[in-house]
Ligand binder design. Structure first.
Ligand code: ADP
Ligand code: MG
Length: 331
């Protein structure tokens, strides 16, 4: 698109650094780093929602244009804040309660049973099923909460029929696009495949999901893209799960299968350009390549004229780490 880029991160050698015009290896809140970033950038964005809020606020206070900004990131850093926001907007969620760090569960006559069997999740910093503890009894809950050692949410386990996600983009002046809805399959808490069109739920759920996306984007005054994840339970009810204010794994198929990829849409949104058309033009399945199982002979994938291989260039392959993905367009 003709833009030059800078990548800022406290550690060198991250894959994105290879692509950047300017590589900025500074700690968060390092004055020289902040000054340089503000000098070089017309617009600043994030591809990870857990960047310290102090850093983002400092950039904003010094006149930096940060999209999405601290208002969005603050909500996205807390599972509980996300769910409360959704509920306030009339969007159904799983039953959830917040349990602060150090809270003495044993001494309180709580309505714990209502949330069991459930999943205890760290309120912040969780991804790919990390920081999650399945719990069936109050005893197990107490042990898990102690082990986590931080503020957590307790969620009732939903009997899942399927999982869905949707991508919404919004510009600073309020223009919005909403994607088609993809269907997600997880294995051990890690996204395994995302595909379109949906087959395990009915079209009526599309509207619930897409309306929720528009509501949340407007409420947050989003600038950029945001992906929302939903559960569909056995009664076909749609429940908001969580959101990520950035391009998201479940929309990697948009690179090949949509009229505008999520990455281009993000740049269009934060740079104030017109938003691209978002529909999928091809049916597809995107499959993640997880470390430990991914060091294969890629020639099979490369020989398939309908498949596209993406390897991220991460330095170390671990059994629970996303190393790349393959998108297969359907014939
Ligand atoms: P993250 O993606 O941040 O690791 P999620 O809350 O999305 O955390 O959980 C990962 C996956 O674990 C979900 O996509 C879903 O498959 C499963 N899961 C999480 N919470 C529940 C729940 N309350 N009931 C049933 N399955 C769940
Ligand atoms: Mg998730």
């Amino acid at each position: 698109m003709g833009y030059r880029t800078a990548v800022y991160f406290p550690k060198d050698g991250e894959p994105a650094m290879e692509m950047a015009t300017h590589r900025m290896v500074y700690d968060w809140n390092e004055p020289a780093g902040i000054t340089r970033l503000l000098q070089v950038c017309d617009v600043i964005t994030t591809e990870w929602e857990n960047i310290p809020l102090d850093f983002i606020r400092e950039l904003e206070q010094r006149g930096g244009i940060v999209r999405p900004g601290s208002k969005v990131l603050e909500v996205a850093q807390s599972r509980f804040a996300e769910k409360i926001m959704a509920q306030q907007l009339g969007i159904s969620t799983t039953s959830t309660m917040f349990i602060p760090a150090g809270y003495d569960i044993a001494s309180v006559e709580g309505n714990w049973a209502e949330f069991l069997p459930g999943i205890l999740k760290t309120d912040g910093l969780g991804y790919d099923g990390k920081g999650q503890y399945p719990v069936k009894t109050t005893q197990a809950l107490i042990a898990a909460h102690k082990k986590a050692g931080v503020g957590c949410v307790l969620e009732k386990r939903v009997k899942l029929k399927t999982e869905l996600s949707v991508l919404v983009a919004r510009t600073a002046d309020g223009r919005v696009s909403v994607s088609d809805v993809v269907e997600n399959e997880h294995k051990d808490g890690i996204l395994h495949t995302s595909s379109w069109p949906m087959i395990f739920t009915h079209q009526g759920n599309l509207k619930v999901v897409r309306d929720a996306a528009v509501k949340i984007a407007g409420h947050l005054e989003l600038e950029g893209v945001l992906v929302m994840e939903f559960f569909v339970d056995e009664g076909d009810n749609v429940l908001f799960n969580e959101m990520a204010p950035r391009p998201h794994n479940s929309f990697h198929g948009s690179i090949e299968a949509a009229r505008t990829s999520q990455f281009e849409q993000h740049i269009r949104a934060i740079c104030g350009l017109s938003l691209g058309a978002v529909e999928f033009h091809s049916q597809f399945e995107m499959e993640n390549l997880i470390g430990g199982t991914w060091e294969e002979d890629w020639s099979v994938v490369l020989m398939d004229e309908f498949a596209r291989l993406h390897l991220y260039g991460k330095a170390e392959s671990r059994p629970d780490r996303k190393m790349g993905h393959v998108t297969r367009l359907k014939r």
